[in-house]
Write a protein that binds this ligand. Sequence first.
Ligand SMILES: NC(=O)c1ccc[n+]([C@@H]2O[C@H](COP(=O)([O-])OP(=O)(O)OC[C@H]3O[C@@H](n4cnc5c(N)ncnc54)[C@H](OP(=O)(O)O)[C@@H]3O)[C@@H](O)[C@H]2O)c1
Length: 245
Amino acid sequence: MKSKDQCIIISGGSKGLGLALVLSCLERGFRVATFARKQTNEIKEVVNRYRDLLYFTELDGTDEPGLEKFIDRASNFGGGSIYALINNAAIGQDHLLTHLSSETIKRILMTNVHAPIVLTKMVIRKMILAGQGGRIINVSSICGSRGFSGLTVYSATKGAIDAFTRSLAREVGARGILVNSVAPGFFSSEMSASLGDDQLQTIERRTPTGKLTDISQVIPTINFLLLENTNITGQVLAVDGGMST
Ligand SMILES: NC(=O)c1ccc[n+]([C@@H]2O[C@H](COP(=O)([O-])OP(=O)(O)OC[C@H]3O[C@@H](n4cnc5c(N)ncnc54)[C@H](OP(=O)(O)O)[C@@H]3O)[C@@H](O)[C@H]2O)c1
């Protein structure tokens, strides 16, 4: 059973989809803990508006000791328990594989796969101890199941996250913890800003609905998996106008 005193953790809540998720949870009265490497003016303004309900800190998700401290703060902030984790933070990729340095490949893998898996492990431990079940939602991408030139490593990370979702769902289902991926199509944000007009038009042309995805269409899907009484677990739900069908 969820209670609004429990905390919802959202990684990467300073901008883009993460910021919209933070606002959506706060507007519903939940306590939210979020982090990003840099504070933005937008999240600063939200912190001022929801001082008692929101905990934000600057933190790199690949910093494991930092994550441990964050989880303890978040859990205390939520009256000792965590209702849900949304693994949203990720970085994109700007170049073809042949132009990527090993350092860059490693950074994408660490940020998009290693960090959310470690964070999930920490949160799941707390959820199991609290014995109240919970929700894990991994923000994936249609790149996890479909090919896109120039997004090789990024796609590999999203495929890995979907595989993680399926196996973790089996591990923790009996504990009342539901684990799902939401895989949006391309939406406008800092991450997708490097896509040129030609690429965006090609994506639109290949999308059955003829439209790119909007953040406002991703939020209700995540809220459904996050808040409703469902028996859905281990699934990857695409929100992409049918692009990946
Ligand atoms: N935009 C798209 O077209 C699209 C499509 C499908 C799926 N997605 C997925 O949707 C999610 C959100 O993407 P978005 O487009 O909203 O991206 P965004 O605007 O670039 O926001 C990413 C968020 O993650 C944070 N972040 C990145 N690296 C981090 C790190 N190492 N430690 C802590 N925080 C970190 C960023 O803050 P800092 O940079 O300050 O750390 C920011 O808050 C991602 O998982 C992405 O893969 C995006």
